[in-house]
Ligand binder design. Structure first.
Ligand code: FES
Length: 134
């Protein structure tokens, strides 16, 4: 995903075991970091349905992230919605260097991100304008 941002060290691998998720806040961005059997993923922690907060216990420890508000389900590896289909969490870029986990946090103000980036991304019909394959 090509969005404006900078990498921030958020956690180390010792902070998040396999099957765990952690909710971290940076510059007013709520970020869910997930460890899926050793694969680290990160998402803007707001649900594509009605912006419910995706808490750390929303990860089932295996393959799903389930929004606690109305129970929309997402594939933890891709962020794509499973039930219902046709939407997605906003994936954030991750890199792991040694045991340090870096996440690319958007550099635009959160209000702009919600409208221009996340707002558009939630609607799959316009995802491709931002270079994301649907
Ligand atoms: S806000 Fe997440 S399912 Fe409604």
């Amino acid at each position: 995903m090509n969005y404006p941002g900078e990498f921030h060290k958020l956690l180390t691998l010792d902070d998040i075991y396999e099957g765990e998720a952690k909710l971290v806040e940076v510059n007013r961005y709520e970020i869910l970091v997930v460890n899926i059997k050793g694969e680290i993923k990160a998402y803007y922690a707001r649900c594509a349905h009605a912006l419910g907060l995706i808490e750390s216990n929303s990860f089932d420890g295996e393959e799903k992230i389930i929004c606690p508000v109305h129970l929309w389900e997402y594939n933890a590896r891709t962020g794509e919605s499973i039930n219902p289909v046709g939407s997605s969490l906003f994936p954030l870029d991750v890199k792991v260097e040694g045991s340090d986990i870096f996440v690319k946090v958007p550099s635009v103000p959160i209000s702009e991100f919600k409208v221009k980036w996340f707002g558009m991304y939630r609607q799959r019909g316009v995802i491709n304008e931002f270079g994301v394959n649907s």
